[in-house]
Design a protein around this ligand. Structure first.
Ligand SMILES: Cc1cc2nc3c(=O)[nH]c(=O)nc-3n(C[C@H](O)[C@H](O)[C@H](O)COP(=O)(O)OP(=O)(O)OC[C@H]3O[C@@H](n4cnc5c(N)ncnc54)[C@H](O)[C@@H]3O)c2cc1C
Length: 230
């Protein structure tokens, strides 16, 4: 399962351990019991979620392959309860691939952290021109440094944080819910919101009962579908 994100990025599910009922199994071990029937098992998922018994959800684990701009990666690595391996700019050359925003945003007057899409065509055109020129200068400098024999680990110092990088990211569902609460939310930066929404979509498809229970009882963000809350 792979979902395209931004202009050149993606979230791809590489592997998964467990499903909705892994949490039920883990929780029932407290009583020396296992799965019963779907109705009771689903009810237990909701009970666990509602009452803050979140450790059973650590038994469902997702491994993703991500392609994302470096500045989004910097936000992602702040989520410490996950395992990461990232492509090395010392061992591989950067491709001429950077993130170009499809819309230019200006500061949001009501939310100091946020931004709003600009409807000023002159500002948008000028901003895109400046961004493209800066990218091109940086990448030309990078290529030139490599050409004259400078090591990749040194040449990369001129590259911007919008260069795309790739990583494997393994996270359990308890930690994923914390990530979604923070990043599938309008207070997070727009670009990481897009990754969070893609990850939520994969969680919903893979573990529908857990996802519903999460949205109903535990989700604190404002971007994911809350209709199931009733
Ligand atoms: C809108 C927004 C703005 C942000 N702005 C900034 C910013 O300006 N500057 C900045 O530096 N960061 C910023 N952050 C990052 C934020 O501070 C967190 O580091 C990040 O969101 C990860 O959250 P977390 O610690 O809950 O997740 P994880 O690191 O995955 O941790 C999950 C949980 O484990 C527990 N835990 C993990 N490590 C420890 C520990 N060492 N001690 C005790 N408990 C631990 C905590 O309960 C934690 O909630 C921002 C995040 C958001 C969403």
């Amino acid at each position: 399962m792979r979902i395209d994100v931004l202009d050149k990025g993606f979230v791809e599910l590489v592997d998964r351990m467990g499903d909705d009922y892994s949490a039920v199994q883990a929780a029932r071990t407290s009583y020396g019991k296992g799965l019963t029937n779907k109705e009771r098992d689903d009810r237990l998922i909701h009970y666990l979620m509602k009452n803050g018994h979140h450790s059973p959800f650590e038994h469902i684990v997702f491994k993703f392959h991500l392609k994302l701009p470096i500045f989004v990666m910097r936000q992602l690595v702040r989520h410490r309860i996950a395992s990461i391996n990232e492509r090395s700019g010392r061992y591989t050359e950067f491709a001429e691939e950077w993130y170009l925003p499809s819309e230019i945003r200006t500061p949001d007057k009501d939310n100091r952290q946020g931004s709003v899409v600009s409807d000023d065509p002159t500002l948008n055109r000028t901003a895109i021109e400046i961004i493209n020129k800066a990218y091109k200068n940086s990448f030309d400098a990078y290529s030139k440094l490599l050409e004259i024999g400078v090591a990749r680990e040194v040449a990369r110092v001129v590259l911007p944080t919008s260069m795309y990088t790739e990583a494997y990211w393994t996270i359990n569902v308890r930690s994923m819910m914390n990530f979604l609460n923070q990043r599938a939310d309008s207070h997070a930066q727009e670009e990481i919101q897009q990754y969070a929404i893609a990850i939520a979509e994969i969680l919903e498809i893979s573990c529908p009962v857990t996802f519903d229970a999460f949205i109903q009882h535990n989700y604190t963000g404002d971007l994911l579908n809350k209709e199931v809350k009733g």
